[in-house]
Design a protein. Structure first.
Ligand SMILES: Cc1ncc(COP(=O)(O)O)c(C=O)c1O
Length: 431
């Protein structure tokens, strides 16, 4: 048995994985051209009917929007400054009102809850599925009340939610579906049903870790002309899309993407499909070789997946199979073997202090408008979401996208490291 690196042995690898984001001269060239042009915002061009009043068809932002909509087989794409505000705008466009309820997932980034809170609405949590950490659609109907207005499915890491079930529940109860596809550009279900086009409105993030990035950025997608016009207005100071430059019709704010960011995204987009191919190839190797060692399991991807993407691979950790080795110790040992794995979220969203800091139920509370029942204390979700609790505590080990951007041997090193730590599991019980 080879000695673990954490105990002074030779690590499986010392070479780093590819850097993320990946930068090349084309990116430098693309951004430099915009800098030199002096056209740094999307309204630097003359008026063009293609973008409506004050918009234009020639700005990098407009080109990006058209290209993104085409790729995702969706009618409208509206670029914004990040994925968090994309969700905020989507909630406003969906007409969320104070005191409304939004059913969301406890296992994700805070943005799909903060968007409800920013609209003075109430995030309501239902548990996730142990096999792939997406929200369990069978629990949604039990959480619907007369105040429920929307469902926010979050496709996670590369795993699609069960959109067919979620949409049929939404139809039955007349709810809007706001599809958080922050992790999922380019991902589709058969046939050409792309993330971001499946609900009433969808969002993406181009934040630094995402598989399509310009550091910070976001996109809203929808097939509804009405939603698109509202989102256009909301990201643009509430301006009238087809009105005068100073004509304000909605309470909006400035959430526009810059030309520099859009040019970087357009340049990154040229490499995006190739990068996805590399990750796909390596994911196949990873999953097949992990399944033969049987000690750590890939998540269950949606059976209808057509274009698979890998933003995160949330491997499922089963402590019993490891004779009780704590997940944290496995992570430490695998990291020392040269694989930068991580544990993910420390606790489900409802445990965030923000929920203690908001007064939901006093008569003056803006969250209480028109409510007939008090908001349930958020610590009660602990009993209702045992899977999310377990996953945060010890149920998953995350691999980030760049770990699948190397070659086949780089990928096999991930398997070798887990294998080696597993063989030595008795040595890591107390680190
Ligand atoms: C699932 C999900 N939704 C929304 C967001 C928010 O995106 P941004 O960081 O661009 O604001 C993130 C960010 O990481 C995310 O992971």
């Amino acid at each position: 048995m080879k000695k673990l690196a954490i105990h002074g042995g030779k690590p499986v690898r010392t070479k780093p994985y590819p850097a993320w984001p990946q930068v090349d001269e084309d990116d430098v060239q693309a951004v430099s051209e915009v800098v030199r042009s002096g056209k740094w915002w999307m309204y630097a061009y003359e008026k063009d009917p293609a973008g409506g009043v004050g918009g234009n068809g020639r700005s990098k932002v407009s080109i990006l929007e058209r290209e993104f909509a085409r790729i995702h087989n969706v009618k409208h794409a509206i670029a914004v400054s990040n994925g968090t505000v994309a969700l905020d705008i989507a909630c406003k466009a969906a007409g969320l009102k104070p005191g409304d309820e939004v059913i969301t997932t406890p296992y994700t980034f805070i943005a799909s809850s903060s968007c409800a809170l920013n609209a003075l609405s109430i995030p309501v949590y239902v548990d996730i599925k142990p096999e792939n950490l997406t929200r369990n659609p069978d629990l949604i109907e039990g959480a619907i009340t007369e105040r429920t207005k929307a469902i926010i499915p979050v496709h996670f890491g590369g795993v699609f939610c069960d959109m067919d079930k979620i949409k049929s529940i939404a139809r039955k109860h007349n709810l809007l579906v706001i599809e958080d596809s922050a992790h999922m550009p380019g991902a589709s279900l058969k046939v050409r049903r792309f993330a971001g086009s499946l609900g009433d409105i969808g969002i993406f993030s181009f934040q630094n870790s995402k598989i399509l990035t310009c550091g910070e950025g976001g996109m809203i997608t929808t097939n509804s002309d009405e939603m698109a016009d509202k989102c256009w207005s909301l990201r643009h100071m509430g301006r009238a899309r087809y009105g005068g430059w100073y004509e304000t019709v909605m309470v909006g704010t400035n959430n526009r993407l810059t030309e520099l960011q859009a040019s970087l995204l357009l340049s990154q987009l040229k490499k995006f499909f190739k990068q996805n191919e590399i990750r796909r190839h390596n994911a196949k190797i990873l999953f097949s070789e992990l399944s033969s060692i049987e000690v750590i399991t890939p998540p269950a991807y949606h059976p209808d997946t057509e274009n698979d993407i890998y933003y995160l691979v949330c491997l499922l950790y089963n402590r019993e199979k490891w004779d009780g080795a704590p997940r944290e110790n496995v992570i430490k040992a695998v990291q020392r073997e040269g694989i930068p794995v991580s544990a993910g979220y420390e606790y489900p969203l409802y445990k965030n202090p923000v929920f203690k800091n908001i007064d939901f139920n006093s008569p003056q509370s803006p969250y209480n408008i028109g409510r007939t029942k008090p908001v349930k204390p958020y610590d009660e979700y602990e009993n209702e979401c045992p899977v999310a609790e377990h996953v945060c505590k010890e149920g998953t080990i995350w691999l980030t996208n760049e770990l699948l951007l190397g070659n086949e041997e780089d990928t096999r090193d991930i398997v070798r490291a887990f294998e080696k730590v597993y063989e030595n599991r008795k040595e890591i019980m107390n680190l």
